[in-house]
Design a protein around this ligand. Structure first.
Ligand code: PEP
Ligand code: MG
Length: 325
């Protein structure tokens, strides 16, 4: 088995019927980059930058952030990097004090909301990412978008800091692509609007499932209800993928679902052609992609999407997984 996977490392992520699938890695720290490259990822589809801010007294300034990004870009040696802007709050609290500040932190002032609420926190990061984009193929990704208003506000802030950088005479990439995470059900339902305004979309299933099913992603007591195959979740995922296709905007998935081989064929059947995951899953998922014929899985996936009984769904999922393509 290990031998098969080692061989897979050097083979393309291509289905039996010749469709190329993009495989990217998720990273949190500089140390993660090498592992992602070793596993054969094309680049990084999710760099969770909040770890730069955690476990310290102060916040990293523009220069410090730029140095971190530069180190990641150097290690990637020309491979693309998607930097997600600060996703603090809820499950990624800076400290215990802010963690319990409000009754429902997952519904509170987190991620893009927190950044727009406190531009003095956001601006240095926007500037650092824009400057990093002059050093390599860098894209910026905004987390937890839910409305056009906050997207416009974020884009206006980006336009503003570009002018500042220009006035300061600093190098930056004015054409840096800006994308958004679709991880709130409202954003999934409004995916056409977001696709029209952004350069790419990435599906954050960890939060999308949490918010769609009203299941706290970190509460063990309701964990048994956390089901990525719930037809309501699958319907939202497919809507996002189709909206991207309509607008010719790339759609990737960077939640845990993308890195679980149990769902690889299901996601291929929903039309997903770009997956971003932790390094340890990359070979296994690529192996499955290489063993899949899309025309053979479309029908069973369609059936699964319309199956409301969770036990029956689990059976169908196993059948799809074991199908000889
Ligand atoms: C997600 O929500 O699926 C995601 C990738 O982001 P995070 O897990 O960092 O919230
Ligand atoms: Mg998320």
């Amino acid at each position: 088995r290990a031998h098969v996977l080692v061989k897979t490392r050097y083979e393309p992520a291509c289905t039996q019927d010749g469709v190329s699938i993009r495989l990217l890695g998720n990273i949190e720290l500089l140390e993660d980059v090498e592992e992602v490259i070793d596993a054969g990822a094309e680049g990084v589809g999710l760099y969770r930058t909040e770890f730069l801010y955690m476990n310290r007294e102060d916040t990293p300034d523009e220069e410090e952030q730029l140095e971190h990004y530069r180190a990641v870009i150097d290690q990637l040696r020309g491979r693309p990097l998607t930097i997600r802007t600060l996703d603090l709050g809820a499950d990624k609290a800076l400290d215990q004090e802010t963690a319990h500040h409000c009754a429902n932190p997952a519904l509170g002032l987190r991620a893009i909301r927190l950044c727009l609420h406190d531009p003095s926190l956001f601006r240095p990061q926007l500037k650092a990412v824009l400057r990093a984009a002059a050093l390599g193929p860098v894209e910026m990704m905004l987390p937890m978008l839910s409305s056009l208003g906050e997207l416009r506000q974020a884009l206006a802030l980006i336009a503003e800091v570009k002018q500042e950088l220009a006035a300061e005479g600093k190098d930056f990439d004015a054409a840096m692509p800006v994308g958004g995470m679709i991880e709130v059900p409202a954003a999934a339902l409004a995916a056409d609007m977001f696709a029209a305004e952004l350069d790419f979309l990435s599906i954050g299933t960890n939060d999308l499932i949490q918010y769609t099913l009203a299941i706290d992603r970190v509460d063990d007591e309701v964990n048994y209800l956390y089901d990525p195959t719930h037809p309501a979740v699958l319907d939202l995922i497919r809507r996002i993928i189709q909206a991207g296709a309509r607008h010719k905007v790339p759609v990737s998935m960077c939640g845990e679902m993308a890195g679980d081989p149990l769902y690889s064929r299901l996601l291929l059947g929903l039309g997903l052609n770009s997956f971003s995951m932790q390094a340890s899953s990359l070979l296994e998922v690529k192996h499955l992609i290489r063993q899949t014929r899309l025309d053979r899985i479309m029908e069973p996936v369609e059936t699964l999407m319309q199956t409301w009984d969770p036990d029956r769904r689990a059976e169908l999922l196993a059948q799809i997984q074991n199908l000889q393509c």
